[in-house]
Design a protein around this ligand. Structure first.
Ligand SMILES: Nc1ncnc2c1ncn2[C@@H]1O[C@H](COP(=O)(O)OP(=O)(O)OP(=O)(O)O)[C@@H](O)[C@H]1O
Length: 745
């Protein structure tokens, strides 16, 4: 145990701290543009770090510094940085820290994973240190993050950097008990929060006071300034003092004067360190795009996962319901790699748990855009797969930015619908080096048929999830702003629905109305669009991008059942042999023909209009050779069980049917013999209800066979002298005939 410090040593420490603060403050003073002196001048600004000032001239006295050690920051901060092994500064840190430490407002833009967090955490801590901020001074700094996970992560960085300082800091995010927070929030000096929770405290916590705020940080600034947070942010800003230092950081920074005016920035330094870089994304990131039709997306995703079982893969889908469905369904299919999911409606504990557990060596995390920004997963993500097209270029940049972070390599794959190819142009215009590649249909492992059987086997919850996934996806496309890329009328919704394993296409009024008028083009799902530049093709994706076996050059062995078009048919329809036929609902006539060759036990279900339900139809057509062993076995086992069950049910049905017919015949005979004089209420009932007698529930008062009512059974016995249990059908029939004959005679 450490000895308690004596009074004199504490005094000495205080004194040295005071001296340090004085020194730092005098340095800051000397750096003001109008001061004219530069006592701690360093080498000139390197030419590869373009630094500019919005509407002003560059003033960056420390821009030549490359190591944290060289910066005018407190010993406490330097010690912490050293302990965390932060030695060399990244570009954005080199460019922004000297300005930020001088007290200027910063608009910082740098590629994803380039260390922007430290670029605002260090000056924030230093500012409070120089101001000798203490617990009694209340809130001195606020960092606003768009998601809980980013806030949590930033809080960790803050804890590291501020470990030797004496400030109190708190994480205020949704999903936690607000009442507990209210008790402590007034004692905190630094708040790391999400906008909603901060405003909640501003509105509800008694005496919550931010009037002394020194530094405000908007991390992922363009997102926070976005319409989604507009009202909340305006309400927050209105309660903050105008005299403060403000930092705005993002990989896709806003330059909107309107936004800056909202935040009352004063001559902000616009530091876009990678503006002149050749690419807008990390240099070590390799990016590819593949054209996939909507109904083949899950097949391609499944194949990708099956061929990348030793990687850490982050998969983006556009809606929460899709994430839930794909996660639950794929989990049941057991691909051979741990699966996780992350979305905004998960409970806080689960959300944080998933986020921190995504450090397993091999793992697939299905996520919505909640994980698209700012997250720095503990261990490097190997692959980012965007199954659904991002909303815009900025969203793409943030999503792929979850890999290839700070000097590590990464790979990304973007799925685009044939109708979304325009996105590729936009990405290229934004200096994103993305290569187009093709999935090899021969290597594709179809999963849609398996999903159909899963939905039959586990209707709860999979059927509901699939429906919701379908609806939310279509709606998400409809809501997209960029109509050049997203066109809901171009979606092959029938095929998409079938590919999720759904027996019938759920109705979406707005979408159906729009789609009805437009014929869905019969696009081959894996065909390279003509507009693609051949030079863009990724010739050797396997070596370079490790895309896996199923992403190969055209040609190769044909999968007769998956690609079941004959040469003639294909040519006639303008398709190539080898194109995968989309899962369309064919005419009843055609399907009946297919039905004849259906293996025993395979059920064909028709909808109300007489169309067969494609997933089940497709299920029978899927070539098992394309399936992995365990799924093949699962499927066979499932079929076997299905066949056995069907045989039993079939046998029972036949016996029951025979019995009913005999009964009917018997009654008919009895009626005839009585000359229709005697009223048969059962038959009357049948007519009155207009149902065939055998399908109608029998009236309890008339039936004694197997009645639950003991009294009725006894009465029946008395009347007829037998029970159904005690006689075979033949005996019953013989007895009835005997009775009839006796009546007749
Ligand atoms: N100077 C440095 N030396 C070593 N590692 C660093 C340095 N600065 C940051 N890092 C590391 O780089 C990684 C990315 O940093 P950070 O999360 O701050 O990136 P970012 O630019 O904010 O990314 P995004 O735009 O995705 O939010 C982190 O793991 C961080 O620890």
């Amino acid at each position: 145990m450490r000895k308690p410090k004596s009074k004199s040593s504490r005094k000495q420490k205080d004194l040295s701290e005071l001296q340090e603060i004085e020194l730092l403050n005098s340095w800051i003073e000397s750096q003001k543009p109008d001061c004219g002196s530069n006592p701690m001048s360093l080498p000139a600004l390197p030419s590869d770090v373009p630094v500019g000032r919005l509407g002003g001239t560059l003033f960056s006295p420390y821009a030549g510094a490359t190591r944290f050690e060289q910066l005018p920051v407190s010993k406490k901060t330097k010690d912490a940085l050293r302990q965390c092994k932060y030695v060399e500064m990244t570009d954005i840190q080199r460019a922004s820290l000297p300005h930020a430490l001088c007290g200027r407002d910063i608009l910082g833009a740098a590629k994803t994973g380039s260390g922007k967090t430290l670029a605002f955490v260090i000056p924030l801590v230093e500012k409070l240190y120089r101001e000798r901020w203490g617990p009694q001074d209340g809130v001195g700094s606020i960092i606003i993050s768009p998601t809980r996970e980013i806030a949590d992560q930033t809080f960790d960085v803050l804890k590291f950097v501020g470990r030797h300082h004496n400030f109190s800091a708190g994480l205020l995010i949704g999903g936690r008990k607000v009442e507990e927070e209210k008790e402590h929030v007034n004692d905190l000096n630094i708040l790391v929060c999400t906008p909603g929770r901060l405003l909640q405290h501003m509105d509800e916590t008694p005496n919550f006071d931010c009037s002394q705020l020194q530094v405000l940080v908007l991390d992922e600034a363009d997102r926070i300034l976005d319409v989604g947070f507009k009202d909340t942010l305006n309400a927050i800003i209105s309660q903050l003092p105008k005299k403060r230092q403000t930092f705005l950081f993002s990989a896709t920074q806003t330059k909107s004067v309107k936004d800056l005016a909202r935040l009352s920035l004063k001559d902000p330094e616009y530091l876009s360190v990678h503006e002149k870089a050749v690419t807008a994304t990390p240099t070590l990131l390799q990016q590819a795009a593949v054209i996939v039709s909507l109904d083949k997306k899950l097949d391609v995703l499944w194949s990708f996962i099956k061929t990348h079982l030793n990687y850490r893969i982050l998969v983006f889908l556009s809606t929460r319901k899709q994430v839930k469905f794909v996660y639950e369904a794929f989990k049941k299919l057991r691909p051979g790699i741990p699966l996780k999911c992350l979305h905004g409606k998960m409970k806080q504990e689960g959300r944080m748990g998933t986020y921190s557990q995504f450090s397993e060596k091999r793992c697939v995390l299905f996520s919505t855009d909640v994980a698209s920004r700012g997250l720095d997963f503990n261990k490097a993500v190997d692959w980012v797969v965007q199954v659904d097209c991002p909303d815009d270029v900025a969203s793409y940049i943030h999503r792929v930015g979850r890999t290839a972070r700070y000097q590590s390599k990464g790979q990304s794959l973007l799925f685009l619908l044939p109708s979304e190819v325009k996105m590729l142009e936009k990405l290229k215009e934004a200096k994103i080096p993305i290569k187009s590649t093709q999935a090899n249909p021969d290597k594709l492992q179809p999963v849609s048929g398996l999903l159909a059987s899963l939905l039959v086997k586990y209707p709860d919850p999979l059927l509901g999830l699939a429906k919701r996934a379908f609806i939310t996806y279509v709606k998400s496309i409809q809501k997209q702003k960029d109509r050049e890329i997203f066109d809901v009328t171009n979606l092959p919704i029938e095929e998409f629905s079938a590919s999720l394993g759904l027996p019938i296409t759920p109705k979406i009024r707005f979408a159906n109305q729009k789609i009805k008028s437009k014929k869905v083009p019969e696009l081959s799902p894996l065909v390279e669009p003509e507009s693609w530049d051949k030079e863009d093709r990724l010739e050797l994706p396997k070596e370079e991008l490790d895309i896996g076996d199923f992403m190969e050059e055209e040609g190769g062995e044909e999968d007769a059942l998956v690609r079941n078009a004959t040469a003639n048919e294909a040519e006639g329809e303008g398709r190539k042999i080898g194109d995968i036929i989309p899962a369309t609902r064919v005419s009843k006539k055609k399907k009946l023909k297919i039905n004849i060759h259906r293996p025993v036990g395979t059920r064909v279900v028709f909808d109300e209009e007489g169309n067969t339900l494609p997933p089940l139809a497709r299920l029978a057509d899927i070539n098992n050779s394309g399936l992995p062993d365990e799924i093949h076995d699962m499927k066979n086992e499932y079929y076997k069980k299905l066949r056995e069950d069907m045989k039993v049910v079939d046998k029972e049905d036949k016996v029951l049917d025979r019995q009913r017919r005999r009964e009917k015949r018997l009654k008919h005979k009895m009626k005839l013999k009585r000359g229709n004089t005697e009223e048969d209420s059962e038959d009357n009932l049948s007519d009155s209800e207009g149902e065939p007698a055998e399908d109608r529930p029998r009236k309890k008062s008339k039936i004694y066979f197997g009645s639950d009512d003991e009294g009725e059974r006894e009465e029946g016995k008395k009347k007829l002298g037998f029970t159904a249990d005690s006689m075979s059908l033949e005996e019953q029939e013989a007895l009835a005939l005997k009775l009839l004959n006796s009546m007749h005679s």
